[in-house]
Structure formats: structure tokens, C-alpha cells
Design a protein around this ligand. Structure first.
Ligand code: SF4
Length: 694
């Protein structure tokens, strides 16, 4: 523990209100108990209804993470080959001078040669894209298309419902039927699961739709283990049954939807027998699900992002998001669908990010999901300048981006200047030229929206920054000053401190005093957002048919778009692999927390005993998972959680903690989804072979 973390010594324990920063829909309200400047423990805020005083196992141990002996506490300069992880400490003055000089040189040649790379290492608006966005806008750097998790689903919702909007999570507790579609809620949406359990106690039927027999599937009444990438086929077959059995709300369809006749025609091409063959499900199971959905009120769907990480992910979300309008489920507050609520927030992104600093410039957009290929692209008329400098914050692309071999090759370029803002030294930091130590959530201000509920949360610093760590916003402020960046509007935007940025995020739309007092504030939203239509689409209706998609040359109606690598289509690679999160990790966060890593054990591949037996694989044996893109070593877990023909590479381990310095992204591809240009992690065929006898 660093002495700098102990600014006061009153001997009193005081609670500090905060917010969980991790990429999780629950966005819990935290309370940190602090004594003498030291964070003693973190627990859930009992006054916040969504948190209800409970955190997940991961964040309950947040002090272990903040005071981790491997926290980066000084700036570092590379002192060995890229990827070696060899660094020497330097002063902030040296670090800022070198970064400013190297970035200025790149920007002087062509600003688009500089690329920011960030995602949801923190979900906070301030330590995410506030001062960072101002900094890169002022320089005219390339812009990053932040696609790596949710863009297919986000585009699909926008083109169907009008935005990332849906039913309120608390009302799931009052549903009579809940479809949990593509979500292992017990692992990744714990506080929703509380509502689902309450509904179950009140007699609701829970149905899990997921290729994996997850912990959540174990606790549902029914599990449909469809093949990866076949969700749209299932949704279309449900529509077929709703139509032929007339389980439709004709009044709702007529008043509040667009494109019904065309969708009807499309759905009638999908009898359950056809979907059963595509999804590899029993016909009767599909028929029964359609009956349940058509005849039960209120009926609610909790979608999650796993199912949209395939070629047809956007179409699948469009098909599923169309279901509630067909049966009029939106009429009740406990009916509808929820994938993301993040579009509910009136964030003032213009004030926060200041896109006006770009002036007349419109820098190119680089897709973060193809960073491997893009780092290796030479300058060209089509691409623009080669990427010569990269500033990574809130992300660990060497571990989490698809097709690792290409990503590593790109990051290993000696002529690429890479700066990484980090709390620890994960794989990406090993490839940095300069590493800048960043604060954790206990040490800085931030303000949070959520994609699983609709409250705003404020995070106040509980302790002083450890060592020489600085908040992301402070680092970009310092760099802006060092590079002499000016705000041409005269508003001195590079002087805004973190608390002021928190206040700017919503401006007068949120009572900041209430946030300071309680730690959270609830948005005034209707209980049943689309009970009487009012979809924020161009037509004001739920758009089964999207003119906007049609004008982009895409199918205006949802359809089943087969995987790039359809299950069963390759003799060489006969197993379809998905890579859901390991229970004790959150993307690649927490892999270095010893107690959580111990709970997880080692990198695992779940494989059905029949598939294992056919390959001579025993439980616990080290195996090689491979395809044309790469090879990944891990331990086989023989498990009925995997259906025959599908394997689960649980992620995302840091590569350097993997068995052969690799992780599951060795075998994933950089191909993109049908809409939103998202990654297709779960559209991946592999073979598995034993590596050594037990
Ligand atoms: S990771 Fe999710 S469940 Fe865990 S504390 Fe954070 S918001 Fe809550």
C-alpha cells in the first residue's frame, strides 16, 4: 500500500459513494469504506434499488484490485524488444515530453497517422471519452469506430425501435414469461437475474435460449440449445406460428408498426420444421415456445450481446426485437424486450467531447475490430496514411481483439509509437513504448449511465491516487498542455477538471446536487415506453421494414443470415466455437486478481463428452484448438454444457497467462457483422486435438 494513499488520519471510517465502472449492464452503486485514506472494503449501496446492496464476486474484491502489488505507479519507458514487457521507470516530465514530441511528429506529417484506441475498460463518461475526445479532436487524429462489443445490436435496435431503448429492468419481476436470449444472466447480469427469480416465484415461466447450457439455463424451466448464429431463424419461426395461429395483436400492429405485410410474407417462409433444421432444435420445442410467447401476458425478452457476434447478428436482433410488437407485449410495462437502455440518457456529448474542435476536418474512421489488419496496412489512397502512433486507454486489444496473430504482428511493429494508459501491465502494455499509470475507480471522479437500468450514478474518489497514477482525463489534460493545444472558442476546454467534466455530462438535465448527496438519480421515464407506439424511428413506428437499411443496400426486413463459418460446413473444422466470458473475469479485466484467477483455474475449453471421446480427449487434458488462423492451448473440460458440435472457449485470458502465450482470440476472425460493422467472435469453426497424454 502506498503512503500517498493516506492523506488524512482521523481514525474514522467514512463511506464514499461511487459506481462500478466495469462493462456490465448492472452499473452498481458502490460504497467504499475509507479510514485514514485507505479503502478498507467495497460493498453495494443498499439505498440504490438496482444494486440492492449486492455486488458480484468480482467487484466485491475491488480493494484487492486497487491495492494490487502489480499496480503501475510510475510512468515507464520500454527497455527491451516490443512485447517483452521490459520497462524502466521515468518521471512524468520525461514521459509527457517524449509522448508530446513523438505525437507531434506524427501529427505534423499527417494527423490521421495517429489513432486513439479505447473501449469500456471504464464505462465512465469522464474517464472514457471526454478529455480524451477533446484531445484527439483538436489534433485531427483518426477516429475510432468503437464496434467491438455491441454495434450490430445497437444498429439493429436503432433500425427497429429507434434507439438503444427497451423495457425497464425492474418490471421483469412482474412478467409471466421471460425469454432469456443469449445471456448467461447469473454471470453477466446478476441484478436482472434477481428480477427473473422474483417472477419465477410468482409463477412465471423462464426460457433460456443459448447454445451453451449455462448456469442460467440450469435454473430456467426450458432451455433451447440452438446452434450459434441461428437466432434469426428461430425468431422467424416464432413469427410463423404467431401468424398461423393468429396469436397477434392486430390493433397494435396496425397502429404502431411499419412493414407488416412484407414481414408476414417473410415469416411465412419459416415454418418450424425449417427453423428446426437450421437451429438443430426439436420442432416441438419451437412450437411450444411460440405457443408460450403467443398466449402468455406479460411476456418479456432479455436479450444480450453474445448472440449478435456472428455474421447475421444485426438481423437476428431485428427479428427478435420485432416480436413484442407482433403480440402487443409493449402495452404492459412487464412486456417488451431489453437489450440496452443506454439510449435513454440525455448525455450532452457535444459539450463533453467537443467535436467542434475538429473544425472542417473529417478524419477517417478506423474500425477497432479490424485493428490487426489496419496496423499492417501501408499508406494508400483508399486507406490514407499508415498508422504511425497509437494511444491505447480503457482497452487491452492484444488480448481482446480478434485474430491475435495479426494483432500481435501489428503491435510488434518497431516503427509504431504506442502509448498505453493502464492500471496494470496486461498484454497490450507489453507492446508499449511508453506506459502511463492510470487511477482506478476508487481514485477518481466519474459519472455513469447504464445499459441495464436507467439511473445516473456519480463516482466520487474515495482515496488519493496511488503512487504517481493520474486519471485518464488528467493525463490527456497534461498532454494537451504539453502540446500547446488551444480551445479556439475561448472556453478553455483543456482546463476543465474531472469534477467539472462530471457536471458537464448532463448539464442542467440532472440535479448534480442530488447526485452528490445520494450517489445516483433516476431518469423520469415512462413505465411502458411504447404502450402507445411513439417509437423514435423516422416513421414513429416499430419498423419491421427499415427504409434506412434498404437505402444502404441492405435487406429492409429481418432475415436469417447464415454464419460465415456455418456449423457443420467444414470437414477440417467440424466444431463451432463460441467464447463466452469466464465467470470470474469481465472481458480481460480481473485476470490478474489472484483470488479470482484461482477460482477460474486455467484456460478452459468446454467440450461435449461425445466430441471429446471421438478425439481421444480426457477431462483435464491439454488440448490444441486450431483453425487456419491460429492455435490455442487450453485444458479440456468434458461437459454437457456444450452441445455436440459446439465448443466453448471461455475468455478472455491474458495471453501471457495462457498455456502457450495465447488465448481464444488466436482462432477468431476479423470478419464483420451484417450491420454495425461489429466483430464475429462467435462465428468461428475449429478443430480440437489432444496435445499430450494425461
Ligand atoms: S461488474 Fe456488474 S454486477 Fe459486478 S459490481 Fe459491477 S455492475 Fe455490479
Amino acid at each position: 500500500m502506498n503512503a500517498a494513499a493516506v492523506p488524512d488520519s482521523t481514525g474514522e471510517t467514512r463511506p464514499v459513494r461511487g459506481a462500478c465502472p466495469h462493462d456490465c449492464p448492472d452499473t452498481c452503486a458502490l460504497i467504499t469504506e475509507v479510514r485514514d485514506g485507505v479503502a478498507l472494503r467495497v460493498h453495494g449501496n443498499p439505498d440504490h434499488a438496482h444494486t440492492a446492496g449486492t455486488l458480484c464476486t468480482k467487484v466485491s474484491r475491488y480493494t484487492e484490485r486497487s491495492y494490487h502489488p502489480e499496480r503501475l505507479l510510475t510512468p515507464l519507458r520500454r527497455n527491451g524488444p516490443k512485447g517483452s514487457g521490459q520497462f524502466l521507470p521515468i518521471s512524468w516530465d520525461e514521459a509527457l515530453a517524449e509522448v508530446a514530441q513523438r505525437l507531434s511528429a506524427v501529427v505534423g506529417r499527417d494527423p490521421e497517422g495517429l489513432l486513439p484506441y479505447s473501449y469500456c475498460g471504464t464505462m465512465g463518461l469522464v474517464q472514457g471519452e471526454s478529455m480524451a475526445a477533446r484531445f484527439f479532436h483538436a489534433l485531427g487524429a483518426s477516429r475510432l469506430d468503437r464496434t467491438i462489443c455491441a454495434s450490430a445490436g445497437a444498429h439493429a435496435l436503432t433500425h427497429t425501435l429507434g434507439g438503444k431503448l427497451g423495457m425497464r429492468v425492474e418490471f421483469f419481476a412482474q412478467a409471466q414469461l421471460i425469454l432469456i436470449w443469449g445471456s448467461n444472466s447469473i454471470t453477466s447480469n446478476l441484478h436482472f437475474w434477481r428480477h427473473a427469480q422474483e417472477a419465477k416465484r410468482q409463477g412465471a415461466r423462464l426460457v433460456c435460449i443459448d447454445p451453451r447450457r449455462s448456469e442460467t439455463a440450469d435454473k430456467c424451466h426450458e432451455h433451447l440449445a440452438l446452434l450459434p448464429g441461428t437466432d434469426a431463424a428461430l425468431a422467424l419461426a416464432l413469427m410463423h406460428e404467431l401468424i398461423v395461429n393468429d396469436w397477434l395483436d392486430h390493433d397494435y400492429i396496425t397502429r404502431y408498426t411499419l412493414g407488416w405485410a412484407a414481414l408476414r410474407e417473410r415469416a411465412l417462409q419459416w415454418p418450424p420444421e425449417r427453423a428446426a433444421a437450421v437451429c438443430a432444435l426439436p420442432v416441438q420445442q419451437i412450437r411450444q415456445l411460440a405457443r408460450d410467447y403467443g398466449c402468455t401476458r406479460p411476456a418479456a425478452i432479455r436479450l444480450n450481446y453474445g448472440m449478435q457476434r456472428v455474421h447475421g447478428g444485426g438481423n437476428a436482433v431485428r427479428a427478435i426485437a420485432s416480436l413484442p410488437a407482433l403480440v402487443g407485449a409493449w402495452r404492459q410495462r412487464a412486456g417488451g424486450v431489453l437489450l440496452s437502455s443506454s439510449g435513454s440518457y440525455p448525455v450532452d456529448q457535444v459539450a463533453l467531447q467537443r467535436p467542434d474542435l475538429l473544425g472542417e476536418r473529417r478524419p477517417r474512421l478506423i474500425n477497432m475490430s479490424t485493428i490487426g489488419d489496419d496496423l499492417l496496412r501501408p499508406a494508400s489512397a483508399a486507406f490514407g496514411p499508415r498508422i504511425d502512433a497509437l494511444v491505447v486507454y480503457n482497452s487491452n486489444p492484444v488480448a481482446v481483439a480478434p485474430e491475435s496473430a495479426r494483432v500481435v504482428q501489428g503491435f510488434a511493429r518497431e516503427d509504431l509509437f504506442t502509448v498505453v494508459l493502464e492500471q496494470f501491465q496486461p498484454d497490450t502494455a507489453d507492446y508499449a513504448d511508453i506506459v502511463l499509470p492510470a487511477t482506478t475507480q476508487l481514485e477518481h471522479w466519474d459519472i455513469h449511465t447504464s445499459y441495464g437500468h436507467t439511473d445516473v450514478l456519480l463516482n466520487r474518489p474515495a482515496i488519493a491516487p496511488l503512487g504517481q497514477a493520474k486519471s485518464n482525463a488528467q493525463i490527456f489534460r497534461d498532454l494537451a498542455a504539453r502540446m500547446g493545444l488551444q480551445d479556439p472558442s475561448g472556453r478553455r476546454c483543456f482546463d476543465d477538471d474531472d469534477e467539472r467534466l462530471c457536471r458537464t455530462a448532463f448539464g442542467p438535465r440532472i440535479d448534480f446536487q442530488a447526485l452528490l448527496q445520494h450517489g445516483f438519480a433516476t431518469l423520469p421515464l415512462p413505465e411502458a415506453p411504447f404502450a402507445q407506439g411513439g417509437f423514435p424511428t423516422p416513421s414513429g413506428r416499430c419498423e419491421f421494414f427499415s427504409e434506412r437499411l434498404a437505402t444502404q443496400g441492405l435487406d429492409g426486413l429481418p432475415d436469417h443470415v447464415p454464419n460465415y463459418e456455418p456449423p457443420g460446413s467444414s470437414a477440417a473444422y467440424p466444431l463451432a466455437m463460441i467464447s463466452p466470458p469466464a465467470r470470474h473475469f469481465l472481458n480481460s479485466s480481473f485476470v490478474n486478481v489472484a483470488s479470482l484467477r484461482a477460482s477460474e483455474g486455467e484456460p478452459l475449453l468446454e467440450i461435449n463428452p461425445a466430441d471429446a471421446q471421438a478425439r481421444g480427449i480426457a477431462n483435464g487434458q491439454t488440448v490444441c484448438v486450431f483453425n487456419d488462423r491460429g492455435r490455442y492451448h487450453c485444458s479440456a473440460r468434458l461437459s454437457e454444457r456444450a452441445r455436440v458440435g459446439v465448443v466453448h472457449g471461455l475468455g478472455v485470458w491474458w495471453r501471457k497467462m495462457g498455456l502457450n502465450g495465447s488465448n481464444v482470440n488466436e482462432v477468431t476472425s476479423q470478419r464483420l457483422t451484417d450491420m454495425g460493422a461489429g466483430p464475429t467472435f462467435y462465428d468461428c469453426l475449429v478443430q480440437v486435438e489432444p496435445l499430450q497424454p494425461l
